[in-house]
Design a protein around this ligand. Structure first.
Ligand SMILES: Cc1cc2nc3c(=O)[nH]c(=O)nc-3n(C[C@H](O)[C@H](O)[C@H](O)COP(=O)(O)OP(=O)(O)OC[C@H]3O[C@@H](n4cnc5c(N)ncnc54)[C@H](O)[C@@H]3O)c2cc1C
Length: 410
C-alpha cells in the first residue's frame, strides 16, 4: 500500500491507514515524498513576513512515521505504469497493490518562461523564506538610498493572484513593510504592495460580501488592489500588466500566486483528466479506468455534486479526501464496497494580517478581531505536531515583546 506525496491529503491518508488494523494484518504501508518533511502551508505567509520560521511550519515525516505506523521513503516520483502497478522513483521502482496519488499542484505560468524566471513563487517554505530574505535585503539597501524614487522602486512589491495565498502574503508583506520594519529602518514610507487579479473580485471561492469586505479592509490599510488586471510579462525589476486603462509597466518584485496546475510528473500518467489536466476520479476517489489507484487533494478534479464544479483546492478538502480514500482502501481490503466522498467543509478562513481575518463558517460571515481569534485558534489546533503548536504560540508571544526575525541570507 503506497501513498505518493506527503502533503495534507497524503499525510492524513497514511495516518488513517497506520491507525487501522492493517499494519497488524501484515499490510506494508509506505509514504513516498520528495522532501523529508510535511509543510503546514496556511502559515507560510507569516514565514514570508519573518513572524515565523521554517521550524514552526515543518515536521519531519520520520517523527510521525513511528506514531502513525507507516514507513517513509524520501524519493522523487518519476513515472507510472498503472497497468503493471509500478511506480518509478529516484530511489528505484515500487510495486503496489493499492496506491493513493497525492502529489499536489505546482505554480502555473501559462507557458511564459520569462514570468517563471522573473517572479518569486509562493508554494513552499523555501519560497516563503526567499521572499522574506528579498524583503529584508531590499529594506537594507533602501536605507542607504537617498533618492525617494529609487527607494520606491526597490520597495515595490506586486503580488499576482487574489486567492487566499495571494491575499495573505500581500497582507503580511504590507504589515511588515509599513508597520514593523519602520521601527528599525528609515525611508520605508515609500514602500508599496499591489495585489493584482484578472477577475472582477478577490477570493473567488468566498462569499461575495465577505470578499468585498476584505477588499475594503486591504485598501483601507494601504494595499493597492487592481482587479480585472493581468500580468503579461516580467523581467528584472519590471512587470508589464494590462488592465481596464490599458497596458502599464510597473517597477518592483513580482510574487506569483496566480495559477496552479497538477504536479508536473503526472503529465506522463495516461489516465482520464478533467479541465486543467487534473485527474478524473469517480465519487469514491478512484482514478477512472485504473484499478488500484486513487487520486486525492490538489491533483484531482473531484466534482462537488451540489454545484457540479470541482471542490476548492484547500487543506480541509485535501484532508477529508485523504481520509475517505484511505477508508476506501480499507473497505476494499475487508471485502466491502468503497463509499462515495462527501465533503464536510465547515468554513473558510483567510488572514489579512495584524489582527484582521475573514471567516465564513457555515455561511456566517465574520470579520475583524473575532475572525482573527478564530483564525489563530483554528490554525493552532490544526498545526501538525504538538511541538510546533507550542513553538508557534510562544514565538508569536515573544515577537510581541522582542520583535520578529529580521536576519536574511544576503
Ligand atoms: C502559500 C499557500 C497558502 C495556503 N493557505 C491555505 C489556507 O490558509 N487554507 C487552506 O485550506 N489551504 C491553503 N492552501 C492550499 C493547501 O495548502 C492545499 O490545498 C493543500 O496543501 C493540498 O494538499 P495536497 O496534499 O493535495 O498537496 P500538497 O500539500 O501540495 O502536497 C503534495 C506533496 O507531494 C510532494 N510531491 C510533489 N511532487 C512529487 C514528486 N514528483 N515526487 C515525490 N513527491 C512529490 C510534495 O513535496 C508534497 O509533499 C495554501 C497553499 C499555499 C501554496
Amino acid at each position: 500500500m503506497v501513498v505518493l506525496g506527503g502533503g495534507f491529503a497524503g499525510l492524513y491518508a497514511a495516518a488513517y491507514l497506520g491507525r487501522s488494523d492493517l499494519p497488524e494484518r501484515g499490510v506494508d504501508l509506505l509514504l513516498v515524498s520528495a522532501r523529508n518533511y510535511f509543510t503546514f502551508t496556511p502559515l507560510l505567509a507569516e514565514v514570508a513576513a519573518g513572524a515565523l520560521g521554517r521550524e514552526h511550519v515543518t515536521v519531519a515525516y520520520r517523527t510521525l512515521a513511528r506514531h502513525y505506523r507507516f514507513r517513509f521513503l524520501q524519493a522523487e516520483v518519476e513515472g507510472f505504469e498503472p497497468g503493471e502497478r509500478l511506480i518509478a522513483t529516484s530511489r528505484g521502482p515500487i510495486l503496489y497493490d493499492h496506491a493513493i496519488l497525492a502529489l499536489g499542484a505546482e505554480p502555473q505560468y501559462f507557458g511564459n518562461d520569462a514570468l517563471r524566471a522573473a517572479s518569486l513563487p509562493f508554494t513552499t517554505v523555501e519560497h516563503a523564506l526567499k521572499i522574506r530574505d528579498c524583503l529584508v535585503q531590499r529594506a537594507e539597501r533602501a536605507a542607504t538610498v537617498p533618492d525617494p524614487k529609487a527607494r520606491a522602486g526597490l520597495l515595490s512589491f506586486v503580488v499576482a493572484g487574489g486567492g487566499p495565498a495571494g491575499v495573505e502574503v500581500a497582507s503580511e508583506i504590507r504589515h511588515l513593510l509599513r508597520d514593523v520594519l519602520p521601527r528599525y529602518y528609515e525611508g520605508l514610507d515609500v514602500a508599496t504592495v499591489t495585489l493584482i487579479d484578472s477577475g472582477d473580485r478577490l477570493l473567488a471561492g468566498f462569499d461575495q460580501r465577505l470578499a468585498e469586505r476584505g477588499l475594503g479592509l486591504l485598501r483601507a490599510r494601504g494595499t493597492q488592489v487592481q482587479l480585472n488586471t493581468r500580468v503579461l510579462d516580467a523581467g528584472d525589476g519590471w512587470i508589464e500588466v494590462e488592465g481596464s486603462s490599458g497596458r502599464e509597466t510597473m517597477a518592483g518584485v513580482l510574487i506569483w500566486t496566480a495559477g496552479t496546475r497538477p504536479a508536473g510528473v503526472l503529465g506522463g500518467l495516461d489516465v482520464p483528466r478533467v479541465k486543467g489536466g487534473y485527474i478524473a476520479v469517480d465519487q469514491t476517489l478512484r482514478v477512472e479506468q485504473t484499478p488500484g489507484l486513487y487520486a486525492i487533494g490538489d491533483i484531482s478534479g473531484v466534482p462537488d455534486p451540489r454545484t457540479g464544479r470541482p471542490y476548492p483546492r484547500v487543506a480541509p478538502i485535501a484532508i477529508s479526501q485523504g481520509i475517505r480514500a484511505a477508508a476506501n482502501v480499507e473497505n476494499e481490503l475487508n471485502g466491502r464496497a468503497p463509499e462515495p466522498y462527501a465533503a464536510f467543509h465547515a468554513g473558510k478562513i483567510v488572514s489579512l494580517g495584524d489582527g484582521q481575518a475573514l471567516v465564513d463558517i457555515l455561511g456566517l460571515p465574520i470579520t475583524g478581531r473575532a475572525a482573527w481569534s478564530i483564525y489563530r485558534a483554528a490554525y493552532l489546533l490544526k498545526l501538525v505536531g504538538t511541538k510546533n503548536k507550542i513553538r508557534v504560540a510562544s514565538t508569536l508571544a515573544l515577537n510581541r515583546l522582542f520583535g520578529r526575525d529580521l536576519t536574511c541570507e544576503c
